[in-house]
Design a protein around this ligand. Structure first.
Ligand code: EPU
Length: 382
C-alpha cells in the first residue's frame, strides 16, 4: 500500500473555522489508486472514511473525528472536449475537467482569464472543486449545477469508478443526491464543467447588478470585471479568506436560507408581520424558490429575532459583517459554536416558527448532539 497514513493529526488548521480536534487517522490521496488504498485501510481498521476537501464548509467536533480522514488531492485541469451547446441559444460549450483537489477559485480565475463564461459569479469562494457538486455551491446568481456536465467518482461499496451526468445529480438549492440518497457512497475525484467560450457573464443578482451598474438588457461587462465585483462584494461581507480579517475564520453561511412550502410560508409571513419587527413600509425579503416554494433570508430572520451582528458566545460570535456567518474570534471551541448556533436557531424558531438548518458539514459529533441543527432546509422541525 502506497498510502501514507498518519495518526492523531490536528484538523483545525485544515479548516477555515480553525476549530476542532484531531483525525484518528489522516491521509492524502493524489490519485484514484490512493483512494482505493484508503478504502482498504479503513476497512482493515474498522473505521469510517471521511473525505476532507478544502475544509471551508466544515465544523469539526472538539473531540475530533474517529475515522480515516482522507484529503483528496487529485490535481489537473484539462480541456477534454467541446460540444455545440444545449440548444439554449447560448452557443457552444467547452468541457473542462478539474481534479477534485484543485482549488475552486483557481479554476474560476483560469476560466475568467480564458474567457470561458459560466462560473464567474462563483469567484472568491474558498474550498476545492470536488466539494462543489455535493452542496451545489452557489452565489450571486449562479450555481455549479448550471455548468456541471459530469462528476467522476469512486463507489465506496465496489471500488468501481463511475461517471455521473450532471443531470442525474439531483441538484437543488445547496442540495444534491450526494447529500441524500448517495450520502457517503462516493468519493468524487474529478468534475467536468461545460463552459461557454466567449460567452456573456451572468448578471442576475440585484446586488451584483447594482455594483456593476450593468444596464438591464444591455451588454454584460467582461468576465474579469464581474469577478472583481463579486470578490469586492464578498470581501465587504468577510466572505473571502483573509487572515487579517477579524471575521475571517468562518465556514461561510452557517445556515441555509429556508425554503418553505407556500402554506407554511404564508403562516410565517403573517407571524412576522404580527411580531412588530417591520419598519414602516419595509418588505420581508422573500424569493420564489420553484415548485411554489418561498425562500426567506436566514440572515434577516436572525437579525429580526434579536441577534445583532457581532453577538458573542465565548470566543464564538456572529460576524460583524454578515449575520449568517458564525465566526471563531480566536480560540473558540466547537461546543461554543454549536451552542451559539443552537441559540440562534431557537430564537428564530420561537419568534417566527421557522426552523433553520445548518449549512456546513458537522463532523465528529454524536447524532444526538446536533440533531436539532441538521435539517432539510424546509423550515420545518421542533
Ligand atoms: N441580510 C441581512 N443581514 C445581513 C446580511 C443579509 O438582513 O447581515 C439580508 C438582506 O435582506 C439581504 C439578504 O439577507 O438582502 C440576502 O443577503 P446576501 O445577498 O448576503 O445573501 P444570503 O442569502 O445571506 C447567500 C448564500 C451565500 C452567497 C450569497 C450571495 C446561502 C446560505 N448563502 O447568502 O453563500 O455568497 O447568497 O449569493 O445561501 C455560503 O453558502 O457559505 C455563502 C456565503
Amino acid at each position: 500500500m502506497s498510502l501514507d497514513v498518519r495518526e492523531s493529526v490536528p484538523l483545525a488548521p485544515l479548516t477555515t473555522l480553525g476549530v476542532g480536534g484531531p483525525a484518528r487517522f489522516f491521509a492524502e490521496a493524489g490519485g484514484e489508486d490512493a483512494v482505493l488504498d484508503a478504502f482498504r485501510f479503513a476497512a482493515a481498521r474498522g473505521v469510517p472514511l471521511f473525505v476532507l476537501g478544502g475544509g471551508s464548509n466544515l465544523l469539526v467536533a472538539d473531540r475530533g473525528v474517529d475515522a480515516l480522514v482522507l484529503r483528496v488531492r487529485v490535481r489537473g485541469l484539462q480541456i477534454v472536449g467541446a460540444n455545440g451547446g444545449d440548444g439554449d441559444g447560448q452557443g457552444p460549450r467547452l468541457l473542462v475537467r478539474a481534479g477534485a483537489g484543485e482549488r475552486w477559485d483557481d479554476l474560476v480565475a483560469r476560466a475568467v482569464a480564458e474567457g470561458w463564461a459560466g462560473v464567474e459569479c462563483l469567484s472568491g469562494i474558498p474550498g476545492d472543486v470536488g466539494a462543489t457538486p455535493i452542496q451545489n455551491v452557489g452565489a450571486y446568481g449562479q450555481e455549479v449545477a448550471e455548468t456541471i456536465a459530469e462528476v467522476r467518482a469512486i463507489d465506496r461499496a465496489t471500488g468501481a469508478t463511475t461517471v455521473i451526468a450532471g443531470a442525474d445529480c439531483g441538484f437543488g438549492y445547496r442540495d444534491s443526491r450526494f447529500k441524500r440518497a448517495w450520502r457517503g457512497r462516493y468519493v468524487i475525484t474529478a468534475v467536468t464543467f461545460a463552459l461557454r467560450p466567449g460567452g456573456a457573464a451572468t448578471i442576475r443578482y440585484p446586488e451584483l447588478q447594482r455594483a456593476l451598474a450593468a444596464p438591464l438588457g444591455g451588454a454584460a461587462p467582461p468576465l474579469a470585471e464581474v469577478r472583481s465585483a463579486v470578490i469586492a462584494l464578498r470581501r465587504g461581507k468577510s466572505m473571502v479568506l483573509d487572515p487579517a480579517d477579524e471575521n475571517g475564520r468562518s465556514a461561510g453561511s452557517f445556515f441555509m436560507n429556508p425554503t418553505l412550502e407556500a402554506g407554511a410560508a404564508a403562516g410565517v409571513l403573517s407571524r412576522i408581520e404580527a411580531a412588530g419587527v417591520l419598519a414602516p413600509g419595509e418588505a420581508i425579503p422573500q424569493y420564489p424558490a420553484g415548485g411554489g416554494r418561498v425562500k426567506l433570508s436566514a440572515a434577516w430572520l436572525i437579525e429580526r429575532a434579536g441577534f445583532a451582528k457581532g453577538t458573542r458566545h465565548g470566543a464564538a460570535g456572529i460576524s460583524t459583517r454578515h449575520t449568517l456567518a458564525l465566526v471563531n474570534r480566536g480560540g473558540a471551541t466547537a461546543a461554543e459554536l454549536i451552542e451559539l448556533a443552537r441559540r440562534v436557531r431557537r430564537g428564530v424558531l420561537d419568534r417566527f416558527g421557522v426552523a433553520l438548518s445548518a449549512e456546513p458539514d458537522l463532523v465528529g459529533f454524536a447524532p444526538g448532539e446536533i440533531a436539532d441543527l441538521v435539517g432539510d432546509g424546509t423550515g420545518q422541525g421542533g
